[in-house]
Design a protein around this ligand. Structure first.
Ligand SMILES: Nc1ncnc2c1ncn2[C@@H]1O[C@H](COP(=O)(O)OP(=O)(O)O)[C@@H](O)[C@H]1O
Ligand SMILES: [Mg+2]
Length: 331
């Protein structure tokens, strides 16, 4: 299978300004929480044509930052992002449509849509601006785009607030697909929806993937959502991928202690894991991550080396990669 998206050693930091509480605290000698925060720290990842890669990890581990880099709406500081083998153009500055190949769906469809824009305009604005369709074709185009996501023509002249959350997310999906992307980044795309609606939208994503041969980077903090859609799952911790494997392999044979801890929190999965591997301790601040292995402060099997040496993501077998020297040497 052809690779559509490839990330090579991608890094992205944010400089955080001290807030009032920080400044007061530092007057009293406390360590400020302001500084440079590495949200994405050396990520390598390739997504194939028609493939769904799930990305999981606790809140703040860098999933959205990585998703926005893949979607070309946030530039990386260092490293390469290749779309079909070519460096991705920064879409925020690109007017020729060359950055349209990757689109993004966000968690909150209400804020993703302009409340004053009719559905027809939300869907046809980008394809008209990029010369993919003529203004005179807009109505027919929008009808087809809505049908594809299971909505009817009568939605065209209405406004976002007139729809439910699930329908608004369908509109966002129709809008994203209107520019014929190859890849869609879904960032917590069903997290704001009722459980009954979540399944419908997930099924829609799967149907559209088959119909249009799309690739997805499917981001969720909830591994039980990701497992239904993903061919492979990547587990992220403090800006790094710590494990990446085909979905079944990851669920049935998790290797990294962090993955095992995450899976132990999913009630439907192996109950033995929950005894053995419950996650302890606080998530360290990404402003001041632990030296060596980022996970060693919470790891039940950490050795002395783990406190000083940063492990690499190594291939075990069958496309299973893990960033843990302890389980690597056991294999
Ligand atoms: N624009 C920003 N400015 C400063 N810090 C940010 C910004 N965006 C994200 N961060 C920080 O980067 C880290 C990763 O955030 P994010 O990618 O949103 O994680 P996730 O999606 O996994 O919850 C967090 O510590 C977050 O506070
Ligand atoms: Mg996020």
């Amino acid at each position: 299978m052809e690779t559509v998206i490839e990330l090579r050693s991608v890094q992205r930091s944010f400089v955080t300004e001290p807030d009032l509480a920080d400044r007061i605290a530092s007057m009293f000698g406390a360590k400020s929480s302001a500084g440079t925060l590495r949200a994405v720290d050396g990520v390598d990842l390739a997504i194939a044509e028609g493939e769904v890669v799930g990305l999981v990890g606790e809140s703040g581990c860098g999933k959205s930052t990585l998703g926005r880099i893949v979607a070309g709406i946030l530039p990386q500081d260092t490293g390469d992002v290749l779309f079909k083998g070519r460096p991705m153009v920064d879409k925020t500055r690109c007017k020729d449509g060359s950055g349209l190949g990757v689109q993004m769906i966000f968690q909150n469809p209400a804020s993703a849509l302009d409340p004053r824009q009719k559905i027809i305009d939300a869907i046809t604005e980008a394809p008209i601006a990029h010369g993919l369709i003529k203004r005179s074709e807009a109505r027919d185009f929008a009808i087809r785009a809505l049908e594809r996501v299971g909505m009817r023509e009568d939605a065209l002249d209405r406004y976002p607030h007139q729809f439910s959350g699930g329908q608004r997310q369908r509109v966002c999906i129709a809008r994203a697909l209107a520019v014929n992307p190859s890849v869609v980044v879904c960032d917590e795309a069903v997290a704001s929806l009722d459980v009954s609606i979540q399944a419908q939208i997930i099924n829609l994503f799967l149907d559209l993937k088959e119909e249009l041969n799309l690739s997805y980077l499917f981001i969720s903090h909830d591994i039980s959502i990701v497992e239904h859609v993903s061919d492979r799952i990547a587990v992220m911790y403090l800006g790094q991928i710590v494990e990446l494997a085909p979905t079944r392999e990851l669920l049935e044979n998790p290797q990294h202690p962090y993955t095992r801890a995450l899976l132990a929190e999913v009630p439907s999965l192996d109950a033995r894991l929950s005894e053995e591997h419950a996650l302890t301790g606080e998530l360290p601040s990404p402003l001041n991550p632990p030296a060596g292995c980022r996970f060693h402060t919470r790891c039940p099997i950490a050795t002395e080396t783990c406190r000083s040496d940063m492990p690499r993501l190594e291939l075990l077998n069958g496309g299973h990669q893990v960033r843990c020297p302890v389980v690597q040497t056991k294999k």
